[in-house]
Design a protein around this ligand. Sequence first.
Ligand code: NAD
Ligand code: ZN
Length: 359
Amino acid sequence: MHKNFKNIEKVVFGRGSFAQLGEIIDPIRKENNKYFVYVVDNFFKDKPLSQKLQNKPEDLIYFIDVDPHEPTTEQVDTLRNDILYKKGLPSGVIGIGGGSIMDIAKAVSLMLTNQGSSVQYQGLNLIKNPGVYHLGIPTLSGTGAEVSMTAVLTGPEKKLGLKCEYTVFNQVILDPELTATVPMDKWFYTGMDTYIHCIESEQGINKNAFSSAYAQQSIQLCEDIYLNEKSGKTPENDDKLMVASLMGALSLTYSEVGVCHAISYGLSKILGYKHCFANCVIFQHLEDIYPEGVQKFKQMVQKNGIQLPQNLSSQWDDTTVTAMAQVSYNLPFMWKHAFGENYQSIATLDFIKSLFRRL
Ligand code: NAD
Ligand code: ZN
Protein backbone atom coordinates (compact mmCIF):
# COMPACT_ATOMS: atom_id res chain seq x y z
CA MET A 1 0.00 0.00 0.00
CA HIS A 2 1.26 3.46 -0.89
CA LYS A 3 0.74 6.40 1.42
CA ASN A 4 -2.23 8.60 0.58
CA PHE A 5 -1.28 11.83 2.27
CA LYS A 6 -3.58 14.72 3.05
CA ASN A 7 -1.74 17.97 2.42
CA ILE A 8 -2.51 21.42 3.81
CA GLU A 9 -5.50 22.88 1.95
CA LYS A 10 -4.12 26.40 1.46
CA VAL A 11 -0.69 27.99 1.84
CA VAL A 12 0.36 31.64 1.72
CA PHE A 13 4.10 32.30 1.58
CA GLY A 14 5.86 35.64 1.73
CA ARG A 15 7.21 38.44 3.87
CA GLY A 16 4.35 40.37 5.43
CA SER A 17 1.75 37.70 4.60
CA PHE A 18 0.71 37.64 8.27
CA ALA A 19 -1.28 40.80 7.49
CA GLN A 20 -3.65 38.67 5.38
CA LEU A 21 -4.87 36.69 8.40
CA GLY A 22 -8.05 38.72 9.02
CA GLU A 23 -9.17 38.50 5.41
CA ILE A 24 -8.45 34.74 5.31
CA ILE A 25 -10.48 33.86 8.40
CA ASP A 26 -13.37 36.24 7.78
CA PRO A 27 -15.47 33.78 5.73
CA ILE A 28 -14.95 31.07 8.38
CA ARG A 29 -16.32 33.30 11.17
CA LYS A 30 -19.89 32.31 10.36
CA GLU A 31 -19.20 28.73 11.53
CA ASN A 32 -20.25 27.39 14.97
CA ASN A 33 -20.34 30.08 17.70
CA LYS A 34 -18.80 32.72 15.41
CA TYR A 35 -15.53 33.39 17.22
CA PHE A 36 -11.88 32.32 16.94
CA VAL A 37 -9.44 30.90 19.45
CA TYR A 38 -5.86 32.18 19.20
CA VAL A 39 -3.12 30.00 20.70
CA VAL A 40 0.01 32.17 20.72
CA ASP A 41 3.56 31.54 21.96
CA ASN A 42 4.09 33.48 25.17
CA PHE A 43 7.23 35.02 23.67
CA PHE A 44 4.94 37.37 21.70
CA LYS A 45 2.83 38.48 24.67
CA ASP A 46 4.34 41.96 24.99
CA LYS A 47 5.76 42.15 21.48
CA PRO A 48 4.38 44.12 18.50
CA LEU A 49 2.88 40.95 16.99
CA SER A 50 0.34 40.74 19.82
CA GLN A 51 -1.07 44.10 18.64
CA LYS A 52 -1.48 42.76 15.10
CA LEU A 53 -3.52 39.61 15.71
CA GLN A 54 -6.51 40.97 13.76
CA ASN A 55 -8.75 39.49 16.44
CA LYS A 56 -12.30 40.60 17.25
CA PRO A 57 -13.62 41.33 20.75
CA GLU A 58 -15.45 38.00 20.91
CA ASP A 59 -12.27 35.99 20.24
CA LEU A 60 -10.35 34.11 22.94
CA ILE A 61 -6.57 34.55 23.08
CA TYR A 62 -4.33 32.19 25.04
CA PHE A 63 -0.63 33.02 25.41
CA ILE A 64 1.17 29.78 26.22
CA ASP A 65 4.64 29.30 27.69
CA VAL A 66 6.09 26.32 25.81
CA ASP A 67 9.42 26.25 27.65
CA PRO A 68 8.65 24.26 30.81
CA HIS A 69 7.78 21.10 28.83
CA GLU A 70 6.71 19.82 25.42
CA PRO A 71 2.92 19.82 24.81
CA THR A 72 1.06 17.33 26.98
CA THR A 73 -2.28 15.54 26.71
CA GLU A 74 -3.31 17.10 30.02
CA GLN A 75 -2.50 20.60 28.75
CA VAL A 76 -4.58 20.06 25.60
CA ASP A 77 -7.53 18.59 27.54
CA THR A 78 -7.51 21.51 29.99
CA LEU A 79 -7.41 24.06 27.18
CA ARG A 80 -10.24 22.32 25.31
CA ASN A 81 -12.39 22.22 28.47
CA ASP A 82 -11.75 25.89 29.16
CA ILE A 83 -12.70 26.94 25.61
CA LEU A 84 -15.92 24.91 25.60
CA TYR A 85 -16.86 26.12 29.08
CA LYS A 86 -16.29 29.79 28.19
CA LYS A 87 -17.82 30.07 24.73
CA GLY A 88 -18.73 26.69 23.23
CA LEU A 89 -17.52 25.54 19.84
CA PRO A 90 -15.40 28.16 18.01
CA SER A 91 -15.28 28.79 14.26
CA GLY A 92 -11.63 27.83 14.33
CA VAL A 93 -8.30 27.67 16.13
CA ILE A 94 -5.27 29.74 15.09
CA GLY A 95 -1.81 28.68 16.26
CA ILE A 96 1.04 31.23 16.20
CA GLY A 97 4.43 29.95 17.37
CA GLY A 98 6.96 27.15 16.99
CA GLY A 99 6.39 23.42 16.69
CA SER A 100 4.93 23.22 20.19
CA ILE A 101 2.21 25.75 19.42
CA MET A 102 1.52 24.15 16.01
CA ASP A 103 0.90 20.83 17.78
CA ILE A 104 -1.24 22.38 20.53
CA ALA A 105 -3.40 24.20 17.96
CA LYS A 106 -3.88 21.05 15.87
CA ALA A 107 -4.65 18.90 18.91
CA VAL A 108 -7.10 21.39 20.43
CA SER A 109 -8.96 21.71 17.15
CA LEU A 110 -9.44 17.92 17.14
CA MET A 111 -10.28 17.59 20.83
CA LEU A 112 -13.03 20.25 20.58
CA THR A 113 -15.11 17.73 18.61
CA ASN A 114 -13.91 14.43 20.09
CA GLN A 115 -15.02 13.41 23.57
CA GLY A 116 -12.84 12.28 26.44
CA SER A 117 -9.12 12.73 26.93
CA SER A 118 -6.57 13.18 24.15
CA VAL A 119 -4.70 10.24 25.73
CA GLN A 120 -7.15 7.84 24.10
CA TYR A 121 -6.40 9.27 20.64
CA GLN A 122 -2.58 9.01 20.71
CA GLY A 123 -1.84 6.85 17.69
CA LEU A 124 -2.83 6.43 14.06
CA ASN A 125 -6.40 7.15 12.88
CA LEU A 126 -8.01 6.98 16.32
CA ILE A 127 -9.74 10.39 16.06
CA LYS A 128 -13.41 9.87 15.18
CA ASN A 129 -14.70 13.32 14.14
CA PRO A 130 -13.07 16.10 12.09
CA GLY A 131 -11.89 18.99 14.25
CA VAL A 132 -12.85 22.63 13.80
CA TYR A 133 -11.06 24.73 11.14
CA HIS A 134 -7.42 25.24 12.13
CA LEU A 135 -4.80 27.60 10.81
CA GLY A 136 -1.06 27.54 11.56
CA ILE A 137 1.36 30.45 11.52
CA PRO A 138 4.88 29.19 12.30
CA THR A 139 7.32 31.61 13.96
CA LEU A 140 10.20 29.14 14.23
CA SER A 141 11.20 26.99 11.23
CA GLY A 142 12.37 23.41 11.27
CA THR A 143 10.07 20.85 12.88
CA GLY A 144 7.70 20.81 9.90
CA ALA A 145 4.80 20.63 12.37
CA GLU A 146 3.09 23.23 10.16
CA VAL A 147 2.53 20.61 7.45
CA SER A 148 2.62 17.25 9.19
CA MET A 149 -0.29 14.89 9.80
CA THR A 150 0.46 14.59 13.49
CA ALA A 151 0.12 16.61 16.68
CA VAL A 152 2.81 15.22 18.97
CA LEU A 153 1.76 15.04 22.64
CA THR A 154 3.40 13.63 25.73
CA GLY A 155 0.93 11.60 27.75
CA PRO A 156 1.16 9.57 30.94
CA GLU A 157 2.27 6.47 29.01
CA LYS A 158 3.84 7.65 25.80
CA LYS A 159 5.02 10.50 23.63
CA LEU A 160 2.95 9.96 20.49
CA GLY A 161 0.98 12.06 18.07
CA LEU A 162 -2.71 12.34 17.29
CA LYS A 163 -2.12 11.26 13.72
CA CYS A 164 -4.79 11.30 11.05
CA GLU A 165 -6.02 13.29 8.04
CA TYR A 166 -8.06 15.63 10.23
CA THR A 167 -4.89 16.77 12.01
CA VAL A 168 -3.51 18.60 8.96
CA PHE A 169 -4.03 22.37 8.98
CA ASN A 170 -6.72 23.82 6.70
CA GLN A 171 -4.47 26.79 6.08
CA VAL A 172 -0.93 27.92 6.88
CA ILE A 173 0.52 31.39 6.62
CA LEU A 174 4.28 31.26 6.06
CA ASP A 175 5.68 34.69 6.85
CA PRO A 176 9.47 34.49 7.35
CA GLU A 177 9.47 37.94 8.99
CA LEU A 178 7.98 36.29 12.07
CA THR A 179 11.17 34.27 12.58
CA ALA A 180 13.47 37.33 12.74
CA THR A 181 13.62 37.25 16.56
CA VAL A 182 14.52 33.56 16.94
CA PRO A 183 17.69 33.27 19.06
CA MET A 184 20.74 31.65 17.47
CA ASP A 185 20.70 28.43 19.51
CA LYS A 186 17.05 27.66 18.74
CA TRP A 187 17.57 28.70 15.11
CA PHE A 188 20.29 26.07 14.91
CA TYR A 189 18.62 23.20 16.81
CA THR A 190 15.23 23.56 15.11
CA GLY A 191 16.80 24.00 11.67
CA MET A 192 18.83 20.86 12.25
CA ASP A 193 15.60 18.97 12.92
CA THR A 194 14.78 19.57 9.26
CA TYR A 195 18.24 18.49 8.18
CA ILE A 196 17.99 15.28 10.23
CA HIS A 197 14.47 14.60 8.91
CA CYS A 198 15.92 14.64 5.40
CA ILE A 199 19.03 12.55 6.10
CA GLU A 200 16.88 9.93 7.82
CA SER A 201 14.20 10.05 5.17
CA GLU A 202 16.85 9.48 2.49
CA GLN A 203 18.52 6.55 4.23
CA GLY A 204 16.00 3.78 4.62
CA ILE A 205 13.69 1.40 2.86
CA ASN A 206 10.76 3.83 2.56
CA LYS A 207 12.72 6.30 0.45
CA ASN A 208 11.24 6.94 -2.99
CA ALA A 209 11.56 9.49 -5.80
CA PHE A 210 8.87 11.69 -4.23
CA SER A 211 10.39 11.83 -0.73
CA SER A 212 13.85 12.13 -2.18
CA ALA A 213 13.13 15.20 -4.30
CA TYR A 214 11.88 17.09 -1.23
CA ALA A 215 14.78 15.84 0.92
CA GLN A 216 17.49 16.78 -1.55
CA GLN A 217 16.14 20.29 -2.05
CA SER A 218 15.73 20.76 1.69
CA ILE A 219 19.27 19.49 2.41
CA GLN A 220 20.62 21.95 -0.18
CA LEU A 221 18.74 24.80 1.50
CA CYS A 222 20.09 23.73 4.93
CA GLU A 223 23.64 23.73 3.59
CA ASP A 224 23.09 27.24 2.16
CA ILE A 225 21.75 28.41 5.51
CA TYR A 226 24.24 26.77 7.89
CA LEU A 227 27.38 25.96 5.90
CA ASN A 228 27.96 27.69 2.60
CA GLU A 229 29.41 31.08 1.79
CA LYS A 230 26.24 33.07 2.47
CA SER A 231 25.31 31.09 5.58
CA GLY A 232 24.10 32.71 8.79
CA LYS A 233 20.85 34.07 10.17
CA THR A 234 19.91 36.54 7.45
CA PRO A 235 16.45 37.47 6.10
CA GLU A 236 17.21 35.57 2.90
CA ASN A 237 18.12 32.47 4.88
CA ASP A 238 15.02 32.85 7.10
CA ASP A 239 12.98 32.64 3.86
CA LYS A 240 14.89 29.54 2.81
CA LEU A 241 14.55 27.81 6.18
CA MET A 242 10.79 28.23 6.20
CA VAL A 243 10.61 26.40 2.87
CA ALA A 244 13.21 23.80 3.92
CA SER A 245 11.12 23.01 7.01
CA LEU A 246 8.02 22.39 4.92
CA MET A 247 9.88 20.25 2.39
CA GLY A 248 11.71 18.24 5.07
CA ALA A 249 8.40 17.30 6.65
CA LEU A 250 6.87 16.42 3.28
CA SER A 251 9.86 14.20 2.62
CA LEU A 252 9.55 12.25 5.85
CA THR A 253 5.79 11.99 5.43
CA TYR A 254 6.32 10.05 2.22
CA SER A 255 9.26 8.16 3.73
CA GLU A 256 10.07 7.85 7.47
CA VAL A 257 12.45 9.12 10.14
CA GLY A 258 15.09 6.79 11.55
CA VAL A 259 17.55 6.05 14.33
CA CYS A 260 18.10 9.58 15.62
CA HIS A 261 14.38 10.22 16.04
CA ALA A 262 13.77 6.85 17.69
CA ILE A 263 16.46 7.61 20.28
CA SER A 264 15.25 11.19 20.61
CA TYR A 265 11.75 10.08 21.63
CA GLY A 266 13.26 8.05 24.49
CA LEU A 267 15.39 10.96 25.66
CA SER A 268 12.42 13.37 25.56
CA LYS A 269 9.94 11.05 27.22
CA ILE A 270 12.12 9.94 30.14
CA LEU A 271 14.45 12.92 30.71
CA GLY A 272 12.39 15.74 29.20
CA TYR A 273 14.90 16.85 26.56
CA LYS A 274 13.39 19.13 23.91
CA HIS A 275 12.96 17.41 20.54
CA CYS A 276 15.30 19.44 18.32
CA PHE A 277 18.04 19.81 20.94
CA ALA A 278 17.81 16.07 21.71
CA ASN A 279 18.23 15.28 18.00
CA CYS A 280 21.41 17.38 17.82
CA VAL A 281 22.82 15.77 20.98
CA ILE A 282 22.21 12.31 19.48
CA PHE A 283 23.01 12.85 15.79
CA GLN A 284 26.68 13.73 16.42
CA HIS A 285 27.18 10.12 17.62
CA LEU A 286 25.62 8.32 14.64
CA GLU A 287 28.44 8.64 12.12
CA ASP A 288 28.57 4.86 11.53
CA ILE A 289 24.87 4.87 10.58
CA TYR A 290 24.63 8.17 8.68
CA PRO A 291 28.28 8.83 7.63
CA GLU A 292 27.90 11.77 5.22
CA GLY A 293 25.02 13.39 7.07
CA VAL A 294 26.82 13.38 10.41
CA GLN A 295 30.04 14.64 8.87
CA LYS A 296 28.25 17.67 7.36
CA PHE A 297 26.29 18.13 10.58
CA LYS A 298 29.54 18.38 12.56
CA GLN A 299 30.81 21.00 10.11
CA MET A 300 27.62 22.99 10.62
CA VAL A 301 27.96 22.72 14.41
CA GLN A 302 31.48 24.07 14.16
CA LYS A 303 30.71 26.79 11.63
CA ASN A 304 27.92 28.19 13.80
CA GLY A 305 29.86 28.03 17.07
CA ILE A 306 27.45 25.58 18.72
CA GLN A 307 28.60 23.62 21.78
CA LEU A 308 26.79 20.32 22.21
CA PRO A 309 26.98 18.54 25.57
CA GLN A 310 29.20 15.47 25.84
CA ASN A 311 29.37 12.48 28.21
CA LEU A 312 25.78 12.82 29.36
CA SER A 313 25.37 9.08 29.76
CA SER A 314 28.01 8.90 32.46
CA GLN A 315 25.33 10.28 34.80
CA TRP A 316 22.62 7.80 33.81
CA ASP A 317 22.07 4.56 35.73
CA ASP A 318 20.99 1.36 33.99
CA THR A 319 17.34 1.82 34.98
CA THR A 320 17.21 5.19 33.21
CA VAL A 321 18.97 3.89 30.09
CA THR A 322 16.65 0.86 29.98
CA ALA A 323 13.55 3.05 30.36
CA MET A 324 14.69 5.30 27.49
CA ALA A 325 15.60 2.32 25.33
CA GLN A 326 12.15 0.78 25.91
CA VAL A 327 10.48 3.94 24.56
CA SER A 328 12.73 3.89 21.49
CA TYR A 329 12.35 0.13 20.97
CA ASN A 330 8.59 0.62 20.71
CA LEU A 331 8.94 2.63 17.48
CA PRO A 332 9.40 -0.35 15.12
CA PHE A 333 8.46 1.60 11.96
CA MET A 334 11.51 3.86 12.46
CA TRP A 335 13.88 0.91 13.02
CA LYS A 336 12.41 -0.96 10.08
CA HIS A 337 12.89 2.05 7.82
CA ALA A 338 16.49 2.47 8.94
CA PHE A 339 17.62 -1.17 8.99
CA GLY A 340 15.23 -2.97 6.65
CA GLU A 341 13.00 -6.02 7.00
CA ASN A 342 15.57 -7.72 9.19
CA TYR A 343 15.56 -4.84 11.70
CA GLN A 344 14.55 -6.95 14.70
CA SER A 345 17.85 -8.76 14.66
CA ILE A 346 19.72 -5.43 14.67
CA ALA A 347 17.62 -3.05 16.77
CA THR A 348 17.55 -5.19 19.91
CA LEU A 349 17.04 -3.61 23.32
CA ASP A 350 20.74 -4.10 24.07
CA PHE A 351 21.78 -2.40 20.82
CA ILE A 352 19.46 0.53 21.56
CA LYS A 353 20.87 0.80 25.08
CA SER A 354 24.36 0.91 23.57
CA LEU A 355 23.29 3.88 21.42
CA PHE A 356 22.14 5.73 24.54
CA ARG A 357 25.48 4.99 26.20
CA ARG A 358 27.25 6.77 23.32
CA LEU A 359 25.71 10.08 24.38
P1 NAD B 1 9.08 25.39 20.40
O1 NAD B 1 7.79 25.64 19.73
O2 NAD B 1 9.06 24.49 21.60
O3 NAD B 1 9.75 26.79 20.79
C1 NAD B 1 11.08 26.82 21.28
C2 NAD B 1 11.39 28.20 21.83
O4 NAD B 1 11.44 29.17 20.79
C3 NAD B 1 10.37 28.73 22.84
O5 NAD B 1 11.08 29.37 23.87
C4 NAD B 1 9.58 29.74 22.05
O6 NAD B 1 9.04 30.73 22.88
C5 NAD B 1 10.65 30.30 21.14
N1 NAD B 1 10.20 30.96 19.93
C6 NAD B 1 9.32 30.52 18.97
N2 NAD B 1 9.22 31.42 17.98
C7 NAD B 1 10.03 32.47 18.31
C8 NAD B 1 10.37 33.70 17.67
N3 NAD B 1 9.88 34.04 16.47
N4 NAD B 1 11.22 34.52 18.29
C9 NAD B 1 11.80 34.17 19.49
N5 NAD B 1 11.53 33.03 20.13
C10 NAD B 1 10.66 32.18 19.53
O7 NAD B 1 10.18 24.82 19.40
P2 NAD B 1 10.17 23.91 18.12
O8 NAD B 1 11.53 23.35 18.09
O9 NAD B 1 9.68 24.62 16.92
O10 NAD B 1 9.11 22.77 18.44
C11 NAD B 1 9.39 21.66 19.24
C12 NAD B 1 8.13 20.81 19.36
O11 NAD B 1 7.73 20.39 18.07
C13 NAD B 1 8.32 19.56 20.20
O12 NAD B 1 7.26 19.46 21.13
C14 NAD B 1 8.25 18.42 19.21
O13 NAD B 1 7.70 17.23 19.74
C15 NAD B 1 7.35 19.01 18.15
N6 NAD B 1 7.51 18.42 16.82
C16 NAD B 1 6.39 18.16 16.13
C17 NAD B 1 6.45 17.61 14.87
C18 NAD B 1 5.19 17.33 14.12
O14 NAD B 1 5.26 16.84 13.01
N7 NAD B 1 4.04 17.61 14.65
C19 NAD B 1 7.69 17.34 14.26
C20 NAD B 1 8.84 17.62 15.00
C21 NAD B 1 8.74 18.18 16.27
ZN1 ZN C 1 12.02 15.92 14.21
